[in-house]
Design a binder for this molecule. Structure first.
Ligand SMILES: Nc1nc2c(c(=O)[nH]1)N[C@H]1C(S)=C(S)[C@@H](COP(=O)(O)OP(=O)(O)OC[C@H]3O[C@@H](n4cnc5c(=O)[nH]c(N)nc54)[C@H](O)[C@@H]3O)O[C@H]1N2
Ligand SMILES: Nc1nc2c(c(=O)[nH]1)N[C@H]1C(S)=C(S)[C@@H](COP(=O)(O)OP(=O)(O)OC[C@H]3O[C@@H](n4cnc5c(=O)[nH]c(N)nc54)[C@H](O)[C@@H]3O)O[C@H]1N2
Ligand code: SF4
Ligand SMILES: [Mo]
Length: 709
């Protein structure tokens, strides 16, 4: 019997786990009460790590698709075939013929650093990731305002007196771009110290139920609410722009941007009365400290970038930025911001995508156009796809079109341990070890934590010899990919030699040593971090401007031109918002993790969760009852789905969770197939995007609904 302490890597909350094992078996998983960050909190998914570990459907060795089904092959054969095929396709059709898609768990796995090196070795413009169905608006704002895409402000929830949450449901999602385990407790603490929590959401979510106040908002209209709030701030002279430190510039530009948008003008489009907008703004400005935080519901929609920009602008002009209780930057022990700055990241729209002319971001193309790049003939057409830890068929807009497009490709490779809706198309699947079979360090999420914190998680189960870690797979592929021609041979030999010196552990050790708490002698080191098995609390967030700024002029651009210009698009929307009867939005569930944990019996058991929620008034109009089936239709497709009537969702809006749809032929996930569900992304529209960033707009999709007789 042994007890291991780990960080759960499934979501951004980074809960401390206490894992009791008996040889290579897990006895139980519970929350680590001594973890200073999560203090014993965990959710049902953390416990279900055991199910993934024990899952008989989990691949452990490479497999190749043959006429007689999947066949096991050796690692060396797999590497050889994969790299030979990729090189041949690139030789014949050019480098851009290979597309790469990196899914969400890449960021939750420190092997990803090696994945990025491999990605660069492909020299393709066709790089995609889950970021463009998620948080690219945040990165673009960080880049334009603060000079680095990773310099993301985090709400200081533990000290704020007024927490305004827009389009996020952290009580279920456990927070995003805000690592804050046990948000319910943190919200209660705000209330206990006399503060207030307000939620703006088209659904009365679990977070809304915990809050003091909730307002329904029409999907996609948050930008108008924020313009009106800023309008109220300026017309009452509640702003601090005249007293902002000199390292803020262009704050006055905001005045003109918001001038037209009075609360009266936006009440119809938002569905929030002028009086409530006045009241909300008044309370926000009068609170000792306040912070506005917006996430998926306001990022992954038509005005994602501009909405997120106005959220940050609101925090800045009300003197709630880089101050306790407002939006603040972290000081992580391993500073990815510094590393990305030194490695020259930070480009936007340096080129546009071939078919739809969408802007790249840091070398990545919006995934909403991946299917177009596969299906449209011409120079640069995608002929092969490489997916890593992703399931874009279920997670990106118009998944059905992408599904069909992938089926036509010459070659598909996946680094994944499941045969899911996407990887079933692979010619070869390279499965990595399970998270408990390798050590773990959160390069990314410690950067987004609401307290400065550090923790290293050692391996729980050393894997058998025949298995490989993600980073080992990328390392080998990278070495083999550079081996093209004579000079390539030399490069590849040098790379192999270099790679004997670097592994994730060495990178962590160096990062900590040269990070903000490290000193050559006496500072924070990997040894010290390893010794504190529950993690080390490094204190509350601290003000750090202007030192932390990465802009060339060392100033915060409060009103970057790119965002200011979007006001034209916004203005034209105000008269054109009543096109469709219903607007479709997403929904998360505590026992679900995007598309990939539905093979755990303990998570999927119980009533069908892949249902459409609809308000009782709308259900009455359509003459449908709980448990009836309806056909939901959008521009791109239709699905048939069971109805649940809930007044938690506002009239005119329907909600369907994402990540379901495991019934596609060839999926090999026994439990998930029994609870297959349907995919909301067979309705979401690849042409419906936030045009500023190219990020998909998965919320607010117009749909029609008809009852099934
Ligand atoms: N249990 C669970 N946890 C997860 C995940 C999961 O799948 N399951 N996924 C993880 C991932 S990858 C992420 S990125 C995070 C996301 O974490 P969150 O950002 O908290 O995401 P959601 O829970 O989807 O909450 C989005 C909210 O926005 C609302 N919304 C939709 N459209 C609009 C709109 O136009 N305006 C406003 N104001 N609100 C709108 C929705 O009703 C919903 O309540 O969650 C992570 N955590
Ligand atoms: N309609 C709608 N669509 C959405 C969303 C929404 O709110 N609404 N949310 C979007 C968001 S925020 C996100 S992040 C995306 C997620 O979209 P994706 O990243 O495309 O999909 P996931 O479901 O996270 O798939 C993860 C895959 O990684 C594999 N995996 C897990 N751990 C590892 C590992 O350690 N190594 C490797 N190599 N593989 C691993 C799993 O087996 C699974 O196949 O979905 C997006 N799609
Ligand atoms: S909230 Fe759940 S899934 Fe997220 S880190 Fe904690 S235990 Fe893991
Ligand atoms: Mo995400």
């Amino acid at each position: 019997m042994a007890v291991h302490y780990r960080t759960c890597n499934l979501c951004e909350a980074m809960c401390g786990l206490e894992i009791h094992t008996n040889n290579d078996q897990i006895e139980r998983i519970c929350g680590d009460k001594k973890d200073p960050f999560s203090q014993g909190y965990l959710c049902p998914k953390g416990v279900a790590l055991q199910d993934v570990y024990e899952d008989k459907d989990r691949l452990k060795e490479p497999v190749k698709r043959t006429r007689n089904g999947w066949q096991k092959i050796t690692w060396s054969q797999a590497y050889k075939e994969v790299t030979q095929n990729i090189k041949e396709i690139q030789k014949k059709h050019g480098n851009d013929a290979i597309a790469l898609y990196l899914g969400n768990p890449v960021v939750h796995n420190h092997g990803s650093i090696f994945g990025l090196l491999f990605a660069k070795s492909l020299h393709t413009k066709n790089r995609y990731s889950a970021s463009t169905v998620d948080q690219v608006p945040h990165h673009l704002i960080a880049l334009k305002m603060f000079g680095n895409a990773l310099l993301l402000p985090v709400p200081d929830v533990d000290r704020t007196d007024f927490f305004l949450i827009m389009g996020a449901n952290p009580a279920v999602s456990n927070g995003s771009l805000m690592s804050a385990p046990n948000i319910a407790k943190r919200i209660k603490n705000i209330q206990k110290r006399g503060g207030k929590v307000v939620v703006i959401d088209p659904m009365r979510t679990r977070t809304a139920e915990l809050a003091d106040e909730h307002h329904f908002i029409r999907p996609g209209s948050d930008v108008f609410l924020l313009l009106a709030m800023l309008n109220v701030v300026f017309s009452n002279n509640w702003d601090c722009i005249d007293s902002l430190p000199k390292y803020y510039k262009n704050a006055h530009v905001l005045h003109d941007v918001v001038a037209e948008y009075t609360p009266e003008k936006v009440q119809e489009i938002t569905g929030i009365s002028a009086q409530n907008i006045q009241q909300l703004t008044t309370e926000f400005c009068q609170a000792r400290s306040a912070v506005c935080y917006g996430r998926l519901g306001v990022s992954v929609q038509e005005f994602g970038t501009t909405t997120q920009w106005l959220i940050t602008a609101l925090n800045i002009v009300t003197n709630n930025f880089d101050q306790p209780g407002g939006a603040m930057f972290s000081k992580p022990a391993f500073d990815m911001v510094d590393i990305s700055q030194k490695s020259g990241d930070g480009q936007f729209a340096s080129w546009k995508s071939r078919v739809r002319n969408l802007p790249e971001f840091n070398g990545e193309t919006p995934v909403a156009t991946l299917a177009d790049e596969i299906l449209t003939p011409g120079e640069g057409q995608v002929k092969a796809l490489f997916t890593v830890a992703g399931n874009p068929v279920l997670s990106t807009p118009n998944g059905e079109k992408l599904d069909k497009a992938i089926a036509q490709l010459d070659y598909v490779v996946a680094v994944d341990f499941y045969i899911n809706a996407t990887t079933r198309h692979a010619n070869i699947i390279l499965p990595p070890t399970h998270t408990l079979e390798h050590d773990h360090y959160d390069f990314v999420f410690l950067l987004l934590a609401v307290r400065n914190f550090v923790k290293y998680s050692p391996t729980v189960f050393p894997p058998p010899k025949y298995m490989r870690h993600d980073w080992q797979i990328f390392r080998e592929l990278h070495i083999r990919m550079v081996n093209r021609g004579l000079s390539g041979k030399i490069k590849s030999l040098l790379l192999r030699a270099m790679y004997t010196l670097i592994n994730p552990l060495r990178i962590i050790a160096l990062g900590l040593r040269f990070g903000p708490y490290g000193k050559l002698v006496g500072g924070l080191s990997l040894r010290k971090v390893k010794k504190s098995v529950h993690g080390i609390d490094l204190g509350a967030l601290e003000a750090c401007l202007p030192q932390r700024l990465m802009t060339k002029d060392k100033k915060v651009d409060v009103a970057p031109q790119l965002f200011v210009e979007d006001e034209k698009r916004i203005a034209s929307k105000i008269h054109d918002h009543t096109s469709s009867k219903f607007m479709l939005i997403g929904r998360r569930n505590l026992r679900s993790n995007n598309s990939w944990m539905h093979n755990s019996k303990r998570l999927v058991k119980g009533p069908n969760r892949c249902t459409m929620w609809i308000n009782s008034c709308d259900a009455h109009d359509l003459n449908i009852q709980n448990g009836d089936f309806v056909v939901v239709t959008s521009r791109v497709g239709e699905i048939k789905i069971e109805v649940e009537i809930h007044d938690k969702v506002m009239p005119g809006v329907v909600s369907i969770p994402h990540g379901w749809g495991h019934g596609r032929k060839g999926v090999q996930l026994e439990t998930a197939q029994q609870h297959a569900g349907v995919s909301i992304n067979d309705l979401t529209d690849e042409l419906y995007i936030d045009t500023v960033s190219g990020n998909a707009a998965l919320n607010g999709v117009p749909v029609e609904i008809s009852p099934v007789k």
